[in-house]
Structures are given as structure tokens and as C-alpha cells.
Ligand binder design. Structure first.
Ligand SMILES: Cc1cc2nc3c(=O)[nH]c(=O)nc-3n(C[C@H](O)[C@H](O)[C@H](O)COP(=O)(O)OP(=O)(O)OC[C@H]3O[C@@H](n4cnc5c(N)ncnc54)[C@H](O)[C@@H]3O)c2cc1C
Length: 411
């Protein structure tokens, strides 16, 4: 990627520490670089964490990616999934959805990209101007009148002007600033899990989805059909699990899906040797204030809409764009920028969280009759003014991106 210059000056002296190097953290690092901030990103994993299913960029998020100069890179890395078939236990197809329906902003978005690949696009754009520290994390924050003193788990202590928590649904930075997660988490009654497997069905840019009461199993081809991604959804009340213990999470998937139909038995035989694995509650984060003092939050850490909404990534990208833009517009003054960031984004975040709540009611049917009705609804989606879909199309466009000045690409 080429380098940028910007007409806006005055923020280059500000040192910003970002916790988390996934979609929100890397996107924010790139956006802050465009305005001349000095950015350090600390990530708990030893490198960029691989894995995750395809995530979608819809509506205003596509415009944000275009404005920060990465549309070409994102489009080059997209999955190009043409559509999905919904199948019975024996694999018979009963309904089909195509990506080009609903103006490319539907259930399968036309700008769909593997989460790990998207994080990598932003990281590649940011890395030459950003200090990345992998395998470490913030252990304590102490705010003074001129900045924040940060102690890391490695034992180092460093000073920054501002800190941003981009460390996801279970943000440790948020716990340090606002206390325990349970106060802000709203469980949507589902758990999701993703892992990579061989493309043994020979899928060609396609996804197959099998639903049964309380569980959904999907397989899609990825990386030019060289591999496939398994996507399992479980409807369940909230239960306790260790967010860091992947073996225990895999054991749980084995147990809960042992008797599920279609291709599940084969998928489970590949689970333990999968190169990646991601398990998470479909939960929303409702943080009343997205900042305190010199620390702000972006992406899932502040307003995660849950994987059921399909909008977590778009929110994270738009959030990074607006947070960086507000900081630049205020010349780095966080007392102005942080409140305007929340004021500008609040309605957009809320409408996308509402989409997650609507999908909670319609995804993963509870009974056999529910599955039949779900398949019938999917088959008729292109022909019906389906409420959730209209709601989604309004939500994904529910923001006019501010103009933060002209970012000039210097070739
Ligand atoms: C491996 C993985 C796979 C995912 N797969 C999907 C998917 O298939 N579908 C979907 O809808 N959503 C998925 N998500 C969530 C999705 O990425 C987010 O909803 C959305 O993109 C917003 O991203 P985020 O950057 O705010 O949070 P996240 O993507 O959750 O990223 C948080 C980052 O912070 C890091 N981190 C956590 N704690 C600390 C700490 N204490 N210090 C430093 N770093 C820390 C994590 O390792 C991670 O890199 C996945 C997330 C991850 C991490």
C-alpha cells in the first residue's frame, strides 16, 4: 500500500496504546496512522490470531473501507461465496440464497471476508507505522493529569497519552476500567464455533447449512475452495466456561454435537486436529459510556452486537474510523473527541444491536416445526418483505460518515 499524508496537523505527538490486534485494533491503528498519531498495539496472542468464519462488511462500513484507502485490498481478500443451500439430515437441498440478493447487503454479503484475513489486511496497512507487541497484555492502568501509566504482564511499565480497548467481547481493558463483564453482557441464548476442515464436499464458493432443533451445522468453502470452514451454532442458556481453555471448549462441542445429523460426525472427527478454533457466546455488550478519562473502547469491547447480527465487523470498522476521525478533528483532545465519538455512533450501534436481537428470535429453531418454518421462510426471503431483513438494511446504513478532512494518498 502507498503512504498517506493528511491535511490535518497537531496530533502527531499523541501516543496511543491499543489493546487487541483483531479487526477493531488493526483498523484503528491504520486510521490513527493516517492522522499522524504514534500507535502501539499490544496483543495477548503470540501473533495475529488466525481463524473465524466469514465476516461481512455492509452499508456504511464499505464506505469507511473505501475512505481509508483499503477497498481494493479488502475486495482482493474476500471469500466470493456465491450463496448457500439449506439441506436436510440426508443432505437434500430445500432452499437457496444467493449473495447478489438484497443489493449485496443480505445474509451473505457481497463484501464477505474471513475474519483472520480482514484483520491481516488492516495489519498489513498499519504495521510499517505501528509498534506491535505480541504475547503481552495490559495488567494495570494508572491515569495521571498528563497521560496513562501502563503496566504490562511482562513487567514493563510505559506511558501513553491515550489507551483504547479493542480487545473484544471479553475485554480485559474494560474490566480494568469499568469492572466485571457480567454487568455489560447480554446473552442472546446461542453459542457459536468455527474451525477449518478439508473441503471434503467439494464445495465451489458455496455454503451448506443444516438445521435441527437447537443446533445448526454449516460448511462453506474458503480460500479458493482449497479448504472449508465449519460453523456450528448451539441454542443454550448461558453457562460458565473458561474463555482461554480451547481444549475444554472443544470437549464441550464434542459433547453437545455428538448426536447431530448430516455431516456433523465427520466434522467432529476433524475438530481436534483443526488448525484454528474459535468458540464464543453470541452475546452483546452494552457499555453505557464508551470511555472514561483517557481510555476509550471500540468494536466488540464497547458495543458488540453478537455474531448473530452479522454486523460486529462493520461496527468495529466504522467505530475505528469515527474514533480516529474525532481524535484528529479535536487535535488529539480526548475530552472533546471521546464524547463526540459516542454521540455520533450511538444510534448506528443501537440499531445494529437490535438486528442481533431480531436474529436471536429467528435463528436456530427450537423444534422440528420451527426448522420446517425456518426453511420455508428462507426459501421465500427473496419474494417477501421479511421484517428482519428490512431492519438490517436500515441498520447497516444508519449513519452518514463525517468528513474528517482529506486524506491524500502520496504515491
Ligand atoms: C479468532 C476469532 C474468530 C472470530 N470469528 C468470528 C466469526 O466467525 N464470526 C463473527 O461474527 N465474529 C467472529 N469473531 C468476532 C469478530 O471478530 C468481532 O465481532 C468483530 O470483528 C469486532 O472485532 P473486535 O476487534 O472488536 O474483537 P475481536 O475480533 O474479538 O478481537 C479481540 C482481539 O483482542 C485480543 N485480546 C483479547 N484480550 C486481550 C488482552 N487482554 N490484551 C491484548 N489483546 C487481547 C484477542 O486475541 C483478539 O485478537 C471472531 C473473533 C476472533 C478473535
Amino acid at each position: 500500500m502507498s503512504s498517506y499524508t493528511t491535511e490535518r496537523k497537531g496530533s502527531s505527538h499523541k501516543r496511543v496504546l491499543v489493546s487487541g490486534a483483531s479487526v477493531a485494533g488493526n483498523a484503528l491503528a491504520h486510521c490513527l496512522n493516517l492522522y499522524g498519531f504514534q500507535v502501539t498495539v499490544v496483543e495477548r496472542w503470540p501473533g495475529l490470531r488466525p481463524g473465524g468464519q466469514a465476516v461481512d462488511l455492509r452499508g456504511v462500513a464499505k464506505e469507511a473501507v473505501r475512505r481509508i484507502g483499503l477497498e481494493e485490498e479488502v475486495r482482493a481478500a474476500r471469500t466470493e461465496t456465491d450463496g448457500a443451500s439449506f439441506v436436510t439430515r440426508s443432505g437434500r437441498k430445500v432452499a437457496t440464497l444467493r449473495a447478489d440478493q438484497f443489493d449485496g447487503d443480505g445474509l451473505i454479503a457481497d463484501l464477505e471476508i474471513l475474519r483472520g484475513d480482514l484483520a491481516e489486511v488492516f495489519h498489513d496497512a498499519a504495521k510499517d507505522r505501528t509498534e506491535y507487541v505480541f504475547g503481552d497484555r495490559i495488567e494495570a492502568l494508572e491515569e495521571g493529569p498528563d497521560g496513562v501509566s501502563v503496566r504490562f504482564a511482562s513487567g514493563k511499565t510505559r506511558d501513553f497519552d491515550l489507551v483504547v480497548g479493542a480487545d473484544g467481547q471479553h475485554s480485559d481493558t474494560r474490566s480494568l476500567v469499568f469492572g466485571e463483564e457480567a454487568r455489560y453482557r447480554h446473552h442472546l441464548g446461542h453459542y457459536v464455533c468455527f474451525f477449518t476442515v478439508p473441503n471434503h464436499l467439494g464445495l465451489n464458493r458455496w455454503m451448506r447449512v443444516y438445521a435441527e432443533p437447537g443446533r445448526t451445522v454449516a460448511i462453506r468453502s474458503i480460500h479458493d475452495n482449497r479448504e472449508a470452514m465449519a460453523f456450528l451454532t448451539l441454542r443454550s442458556p448461558e453457562f460458565d466456561y473458561d474463555h482461554h481453555d480451547l481444549d475444554a471448549q472443544k470437549a464441550l462441542i464434542h459433547e453437545r454435537f455428538a448426536d447431530a445429523g448430516w455431516e456433523t460426525r465427520w466434522l467432529l472427527s476433524r475438530l481436534d486436529s483443526a488448525p484454528d478454533f474459535y468458540f464464543a457466546a453470541a452475546a452483546q455488550i452494552h457499555l453505557p459510556h464508551w470511555w472514561r478519562g483517557r481510555t476509550a473502547f471500540v468494536g466488540d469491547a464497547a458495543y458488540g452486537p453478537s455474531s448473530l447480527s452479522g454486523q460486529g465487523t462493520s461496527l468495529a470498522v466504522v467505530g475505528a474510523f469515527v474514533l480516529a476521525g474525532e481524535l484528529a478533528a479535536a487535535g488529539g483532545d480526548h475530552t472533546v473527541a471521546f464524547p463526540s465519538y459516542q454521540a455520533r455512533l450511538r444510534a448506528y450501534a443501537a440499531s445494529n444491536q437490535a438486528v442481533g436481537q431480531s436474529f436471536e428470535r429467528t435463528s436456530t429453531a427450537r423444534s422440528r416445526l420451527g426448522v420446517v418454518m425456518q426453511y420455508a421462510a428462507i426459501a421465500s426471503l427473496p419474494y417477501l418483505p421479511f421484517k428482519t431483513f428490512g431492519e438490517m438494511q436500515r441498520a447497516v446504513n444508519n449513519l452518514t460518515l463525517p468528513d474528517y478532512g482529506h486524506l491524500v494518498l502520496a504515491h
